[in-house]
Design a protein around this ligand. Structure first.
Ligand code: AMP
Length: 186
């Protein structure tokens, strides 16, 4: 199964993605995790991405399309994957379609996790304190929320028109949300 999961920062995409990965046995590809790993390695991509990420801004599309184009064409992705945090712009979504077409693949579903914005801001402030993530401070969180609504929310329509969109309520018990997602994929 080829899936992607979208939703505003703090909605629990990462948590749900790692649970889904083991339940349906597919590769979990989080572009946020990939970029953070590149920063730790101090690679060229990492050095380019770091400034954008620390400011809560989107890393340029070209970097993301190169990362994903490289990754999903590898053998371990043949049986399926879950894209988490990608695409985040219309340009990335169109680029993803082109990559998939070139390898004769198509997406099965685009999952959108929904939740109340203030609830999410509170969650992220707590995550920043617990995990020490440098982009989980109140000001940068606000920035990331704005980025989501401006750049990423239009993707909902893009996938709705393709009848791939499945909207799932992202508030509640973690396992309950996983069940809702699995049900939406039936
Ligand atoms: P995440 O862990 O998904 O919240 O991503 C953390 C940060 O990584 C984002 O705020 C962006 O700066 C960057 N990032 C991750 N995925 C993308 C993407 N698809 N496009 C642009 N920037 C991204």
């Amino acid at each position: 199964m080829k899936l992607l999961i979208m939703g505003p920062p703090g909605v629990g995409k990462g948590t749900q993605a790692s649970l889904l990965k083991s339940k349906i046995n597919i590769i979990h590809l989080s572009t946020g995790d990939i970029l953070r790993a590149e920063i730790i390695k101090e690679s060229e991509i990492g050095l380019k991405a770091q400034g954008f990420m620390n400011a809560g801004k989107l890393v340029p599309d070209k970097i993301l399309l190169d990362i994903i184009g490289d990754r999903i064409t590898q053998n371990d992705c043949k049986n399926g994957y879950l894209l988490d945090g990608f695409p985040r712009t219309l340009n990335q979504a169109v680029g993803l379609d082109e990559i998939l077409e070139s390898i004769n693949q198509s997406l099965d579903f685009a999952i959108s996790l929904t939740a109340n914005e203030q609830e999410l801001i509170n969650r992220l402030i707590n995550r920043g304190i617990e995990l020490g993530r440098s982009d989980d401070t109140p000001e940068i969180i606000k920035n990331r929320q704005n980025v989501y609504w401006e750049n990423t929310a239009p993707l909902l329509d893009f996938y709705r028109q393709k009848t791939l969109l499945r909207e799932v309520d992202g508030l509640g018990e973690i396992s309950q949300i996983t069940d809702r997602i699995l049900k939406a994929l039936e």
